[in-house]
Design a protein around this ligand. Structure first.
Ligand SMILES: Cc1ncc(C[n+]2csc(CCOP(=O)(O)OP(=O)(O)O)c2C)c(N)n1
Length: 288
């Protein structure tokens, strides 16, 4: 029987503000998973702390709500143990680019088999609007009352610099594009990264839905070949009057996934593997 997106619904109060981009992202994700005939029991959502991370509480699937900034290590471990789950790591720009920045670099380098969705509203939403690593220079927030003195992080350039397996940007206001990108990301073995531009109507009054909508354009529809890393780099530098979205890079010659690299071609979850206990007692005694 085909999977219906309603199977992902939970009868629970949703605590996002009216007009929050998270609604559209969650709706699109549910549609995408159902369209791929993936049922909730096949999915593990590993979510960080933040408004974006609440997605794990608002949809029916296996979910793991972890410490702020630590979703990628947990998702990495889960994927090593159980390769039968499709792993979706979901969090905000604060979670992923500030406290989780170190993990992002290594998850990309390791080519961990998961899809990482960063809901990038360019501020800390849950804690009421402080500057995040992607906040624009000069923006006034509770932590930058005289204007943000720092240059914003460019996550696409960072990931391209790491030659990550799959690097994309989308927008919460373009459900069609987001669905297409999510499908490809979920299908692709290895690390798939999507920075999703998202309005936060309560705390980001600069980078609003309208602001994004007027600027975004689809690089793939404009002829970008996503196997071309150099061209992807060039496009990634663009930000301002025009903001490129789409699949910047889809590695045509992917490296082994982290699981393949460390466990070889073990095709079963570790829990189904025979136990082969090492005699720790002998080792301990030999070194006493
Ligand atoms: C270890 C730790 N550091 C900081 C916090 C406080 N904190 C909670 S959510 C958050 C940032 C939320 O912003 P983001 O990750 O961008 O998600 P959003 O709420 O905007 O979706 C911070 C700093 C925390 N809960 N735990």
């Amino acid at each position: 029987m085909a999977v219906n997106e309603k199977q992902y619904d939970l009868d629970r109060e949703i605590t996002w503000c009216p007009g929050c981009g998270n609604f559209a992202i969650m709706d699109t994700l549910k549609k995408t998973l159902a369209g791929m005939d993936l049922s909730p029991d096949q999915i593990l959502v590993v979510a960080g702390i933040g408004q974006a991370g609440k997605m794990g509480q608002h949809m029916k699937a296996n979910t793991f709500h972890v410490l702020h900034g630590r979703l990628l290590p947990v998702a990495t471990g889960a994927g090593l143990i159980n390769n039968e789950l499709k792993i979706l790591a979901i969090g905000g720009d604060g979670d992923g680019y500030a406290e989780g920045g170190n993990h992002l670099i290594h998850a990309a380098r390791r080519n961990v088999d998961l899809t990482y969705m960063v809901h990038n509203n360019m501020i800390y939403g849950l804690t009421k609007g402080q500057a995040s690593p992607t906040s624009e220079e000069a923006i006034k927030t509770p932590t930058t009352p005289r204007g943000n003195p720092l240059q914003g992080l460019n996550p696409i350039s960072l990931l391209l610099g790491l030659k990550a397996n799959f690097v994309a940007r989308s927008f919460a206001g373009d459900n069609e594009q987001l669905k297409t990108i999510l499908e490809q990301a979920i299908k692709k073995p290895g690390f798939a990264f999507i920075d999703i531009l998202q309005q936060c109507p309560s705390f980001n009054k600069i980078n609003t839905f309208k602001w994004f909508k007027e600027r975004v354009y689809d690089i793939n529809a404009s002829g970008h070949d996503s196997s071309d890393l150099q061209q992807a780099f060039k496009l990634a530098q663009q930000w301002g009057e025009k903001i490129p979205t789409g699949i910047f890079y889809n590695n045509p010659d992917p490296r082994p996934t982290f699981r393949e690299a460390v466990l070889g071609n073990r095709d079963k979850p570790l829990t189904d593997s025979p136990i082969n206990p090492l005699d720790i007692k002998d080792i301990m005694e030999a070194h006493l």
